[in-house]
Design a protein around this ligand. Sequence first.
Ligand SMILES: Cc1cc2nc3c(=O)[nH]c(=O)nc-3n(C[C@H](O)[C@H](O)[C@H](O)COP(=O)(O)O)c2cc1C
Length: 237
Amino acid sequence: MNETIDLMLSHSSVRRFTEEPIEAEHLEAIITAGRAASSWKNFQSYSIIVVQSEGKKQALYDLVPQPAILQAQAILLFVGDHNRASKAAQLHEKDFEAKGTENLLISSVDAALAGQNTLLAAESLGYGGVFIGMIRHKALAIAELFNLPDYTYPIFCIALGHPAEQNPVKPRLASKAIVFQEEYVEQGVEVIQAYDQVQTDYAGARQTETWSERMVTQFGQAEQPETKAVLEKNKLL
Ligand SMILES: Cc1cc2nc3c(=O)[nH]c(=O)nc-3n(C[C@H](O)[C@H](O)[C@H](O)COP(=O)(O)O)c2cc1C
């Protein structure tokens, strides 16, 4: 349809990278484009920590052993951030209370929009990348490793680099299963079965469990304790 939409439709996560570095001006352009995303009241309630040193990448990998972390030429850690808001309160000599669900949604949505813009910008320059949300399972150690102050929390990383492999585009749910006209239409199990089959056909021999089994695992277990723990520690819950 146009170049932008073609780029968006050709997205697939890249988890293996070559050793070729990311050009510094490309990385700057990628992050600047990421930060152009919309944000709640323009608060920009997130920070981005750029990790390129081998030492820090190794330390992160030791906590979250995903090969993409070691192979990436840059890891961008997106941090939900109301610390700057606390400084505004200080400036105006007002009380500051950041605790609460709405404030968490504000920072998480802002970070997600910037993150998606960032990955898309990287893809437009021929790089590949993947979001890494599993860092939240080690949120306390990550907060310490990156020196996160009060009113901040780790949300996800994006691992970026030159692709060493490219997976075919992963098919999404059928449009009628996820896009409704005028009102919500609750779906039955047949939608789940149909998409399980689509995913099984896509993954082939690589599949270890079906799409619905993965969801059952996710939603059948207790909440990851560290996500909440870091929010409590940094005065957001
Ligand atoms: C917030 C978020 C966290 C993710 N965390 C991980 C992760 O920890 N490890 C990983 O390999 N992929 C991770 N992914 C990538 C998803 O698995 C991937 O986007 C999804 O399977 C769709 O595949 P595609 O991006 O190739 O289209 C994450 C994606 C998002 C949006």
